[in-house]
Design a binder for this molecule. Structure first.
Ligand code: ADP
Length: 329
């Protein structure tokens, strides 16, 4: 590990990877917390791309006024192929040094944390990760920023689709985000009363789903909802619907929620989480810490090594899996 400087004077904050609701209140919190501790905050626009292209500007308290209730991120987010190369990262480090930035807060998901970890290992710049992703798939925190807003958006969509499913006696397969994690599908499935939830963490049994839906029909349940996480090993909602319909011969429809799940006004829970983690990240930098993620575990702020956030493999709980199954008869 590179030896680290002791006292951080200038903090850069960036949003990276897939955007999520709650990034704005987090940026606001980082900027104002830095000012509170007499450090100078800088925005690094468009993620690691902006770090490489020197899109770095000082921020004032007024610059982040009125942004806490807005979805997306006012400083932009991006994916950067160049930052995956050593040459790209060296250019980025040079720019940070040019501005005198000695601490960086990265708001993003596991991909962004791989980048943050490289920055931490390859420079003397202190680097802290703040979990911001709708997938809630990072170890070391019970919730990621953006998750609560996303599940409420999804739940609203499920409720609306159920109106149509019930009116037309149909089975709807609703695809939600979650390439590797089924949290969105499982929790909205339970809250929305789905008959089946299909997620990457459990083996999908098409025959069992078809039998369950058929039995439901025979028992008088004329409409059903199946929530499919996009990353299920069998495939997306179209594939699952096709296979189930083949066996069960039921009138199936598919709805892919797609990108509408990312946006929207951040919920109170997300604004609060974002604000808490923003302050926590600045406090970690003030304490000279680097290479860690800040999170909330059982209601308390906790830190963990960045690399544990993706290697820890946060699991869906048996309790929720049982709950989903038991309530869907
Ligand atoms: P998320 O953070 O939402 O998971 P991505 O996986 O797209 O999003 O990652 C965001 C960015 O993080 C990438 O575009 C890249 O710039 C950086 N990144 C991802 N993986 C690495 C890596 N192994 N090394 C360095 N940077 C990385």
């Amino acid at each position: 590990m590179a030896s680290k400087i002791k006292k951080v004077k200038r903090i850069g904050v960036l949003c990276s990877g897939g955007d999520c609701s709650g990034m704005n209140p987090c940026v606001r919190s980082v900027v104002r917390s830095a000012l509170y501790y007499k450090m100078e905050p800088f925005a690094i626009y468009r993620g690691y791309e902006g770090m490489i292209n020197d899109e770095i500007k000082p921020m004032t308290s007024r610059d982040v006024g009125g942004i806490g209730n807005r979805g997306g991120t006012i400083i932009g987010s991006a994916r950067s192929m160049a930052f995956k190369t050593k040459a790209g990262r060296q250019k980025a480090i040079k720019n940070l040094k040019k501005h005198g930035i000695d601490g960086v807060v990265v708001i993003g998901g596991d991909g962004s944390f791989h980048g943050a970890d490289s920055l931490h290992r390859e420079s003397d710049i202190l680097t802290i990760g703040v979990p911001g992703t709708i997938d809630n798939d990072l170890s070391g925190t019970d919730f990621t920023i953006g998750y609560d807003t996303a599940i409420n958006v999804v739940l609203d969509a499920i409720d609306k689709i159920r109106d149509t499913a019930a009116s037309h006696d149909r089975i709807f397969f609703i695809e939600v985000m979650g390439r590797h994690a089924g949290y969105i599908a499982l929790e909205t499935g339970i809250a929305g009363g789905a008959e089946e939830v299909v997620i990457p963490e459990t083996k999908t049994d098409i025959k069992a789903i078809a039998t369950h839906l058929e039995q439901g029909r025979k028992g008088g349940k004329m409409s059903s909802i199946v929530i499919v996480a996009e990353g299920d090993e069998v495939g997306g909602a179209y594939r699952i619907a096709e296979e189930v319909a083949k066996l069960a011969k039921l009138p199936a429809r598919v709805s892919i929620l797609g990108h509408l799940q990312r946006g929207g006004t951040p919920t109170c829970a997300d604004r609060l989480l974002a604000s808490r983690l923003g302050l926590a990240s600045v406090r970690q930098l003030k304490a000279g810490k680097s290479g860690i993620m800040v999170g909330v575990v059982s209601g308390k702020i906790k830190t963990s090594p960045l690399n544990r956030s993706w290697s820890g493999h946060k699991k869906v709980t048996k309790e929720l899996l049982d709950l989903s199954r038991i309530l869907s008869i």
